[in-house]
Design a binder for this molecule. Structure first.
Ligand code: HEC
Ligand code: HEC
Length: 257
C-alpha cells in the first residue's frame, strides 16, 4: 500500500497547492479591483504583480521606451524637456501637432542642417518601424509623460573609456543604425551603399585610421542627400568631448578585419 499512500499524499499536496493558488488568485483580484484588502496578510500578496495588469497605457509606454532607445531623449532631453542644446527644441509644444504631422517629421526628418556643427532632426523612416513611429506619436501626443524605467542605460564610471564607450554606443542609439558590435547591415535603400556602413572591418579602419578622423565624423555627420535617405546625424554640441573619446576607444575594440 506504499504506492497508494504515496499517491494519496501527492493528491493531497496538489489539492493544497490548488487551494493556495486559488486563494492567492482571489487576493490578487481583490488587490487590483481596489477592494478592501487590508485584512489579507502581506504574506499572501502576490510577489510579481507588475506583469498582471498594466498601469501605463501600453502604446504610450512603448513610445516612451522608443524615445529613449532611439536616443530622441539625448537630443530633445528626457521626456522631451529640452535643455540639451539651443539648437534642439523641447517637444512639449509638439503635442499639439497632428499624428500625420508628427509621423511625417519622424519618418522624413526636417531637412539636413547646412552647418555641420549643428544637429538636425534625422530621417528615421528607414530605421524605425511604422508601429514604433505610431507608438512614438502616441507618446508625444500624450504630452511625453514620465514612464517608469524609460531611462537611458547607465554609463559605468571609473572603468575606463572602452567600457563607458560601449554603453554610450547604446545610449546615443548608434547601435540602431550601425548594428551590434558596429557590424553594420542596417538597410538604407536609397543611399549609394544601400546600407548604413559598419564601424568595423578593414575598410573602415583603413579610412578612419586616427582618433581625430572618427571624432570629426561623429561631430559633423554627413550630408548624404534628402529623405528618404538616412544620414549620419550631426552630434556636435550634443556629445561631450570625453564621451566622443570614449566612443572612439570602444569603436577601436571592434573587429579590424
Ligand atoms: C541628433 C539630434 C536629434 C535626435 C537624435 C532627434 N532629434 Fe528631433 N529634432 C532635432 C532638431 C535639431 C530639431 C529641430 C529641427 C528644425 O526645426 O529644423 C528636431 C525636431 C523634432 C520635432 C519637431 C518639433 C517641433 O516643435 O516642430 C519632433 C516632433 C522631433 N524632433 C521628434 C524626434 C523623435 C521622436 C526622435 C527620436 C526618434 C528625435 N526627434 C530624435 C534633433 C534631433
Ligand atoms: C540615424 C542613423 C544613424 C545614427 C543614429 C548614427 N549613425 Fe553614424 N552613420 C550613419 C550613416 C547613414 C552613415 C554614412 C554616412 C556617409 O557615408 O556619409 C554613418 C557614418 C558614420 C561613421 C563613418 C563611417 C563610414 O564608413 O563612413 C562613423 C564613425 C559613425 N557613423 C559613427 C556613429 C556613432 C559613434 C554614432 C552614435 C553616436 C552614430 N554613428 C549614430 C547613420 C547613423
Amino acid at each position: 500500500m506504499k504506492r497508494g499512500g504515496a499517491s494519496a499524499e501527492v493528491v493531497a499536496a496538489v489539492t493544497l497547492l490548488a487551494a493556495l493558488t486559488f486563494a492567492a488568485g482571489l487576493a490578487a483580484v481583490g488587490f487590483y479591483v481596489g477592494r478592501e484588502t487590508k485584512s489579507s496578510s502581506p504574506a499572501t500578496a502576490p510577489s510579481t504583480t507588475s506583469t498582471a495588469v498594466a498601469t501605463v497605457d501600453p502604446q504610450i509606454a512603448a513610445g516612451a521606451h522608443d524615445f529613449v532607445n532611439f536616443a530622441c531623449a539625448q537630443c530633445h532631453g528626457l521626456d522631451g524637456r529640452g535643455g540639451v542644446s539651443p539648437d534642439v527644441p523641447a517637444l512639449k509644444a509638439a503635442a499639439q501637432l497632428t499624428s500625420a504631422q508628427l509621423r511625417g517629421i519622424i519618418d522624413h526628418g526636417l531637412g539636413v542642417s547646412a552647418n555641420p556643427s549643428k544637429p538636425f532632426m534625422p530621417v528615421w523612416g528607414t530605421v524605425i518601424s511604422a508601429r514604433q513611429v505610431d507608438d512614438l506619436v502616441a507618446y508625444i501626443r500624450a504630452g511625453l509623460p514620465t514612464v517608469p524605467d524609460a531611462v537611458p542605460v547607465v554609463i559605468p564610471q571609473g572603468q575606463g573609456p572602452e567600457v563607458a564607450g560601449a554603453a554610450l554606443y547604446v545610449k546615443y542609439g548608434c547601435v540602431n543604425c550601425h548594428g551590434p558590435n558596429g557590424l553594420g547591415g542596417v538597410p538604407n535603400p536609397q543611399s549609394a551603399d544601400k546600407t548604413i556602413p559598419p564601424l568595423s572591418g578593414a575598410d573602415f579602419f583603413k579610412q578612419f585610421n586616427t582618433d581625430k578622423k572618427i571624432i570629426d565624423f561623429i561631430r559633423t555627420g554627413s550630408v548624404l542627400g534628402k529623405q528618404p535617405i538616412t544620414s549620419m546625424p550631426h552630434w556636435g554640441g550634443i556629445i561631450s568631448d570625453p564621451d566622443l573619446q570614449a566612443l572612439v576607444a570602444y569603436i577601436k575594440t571592434l573587429k579590424t578585419t
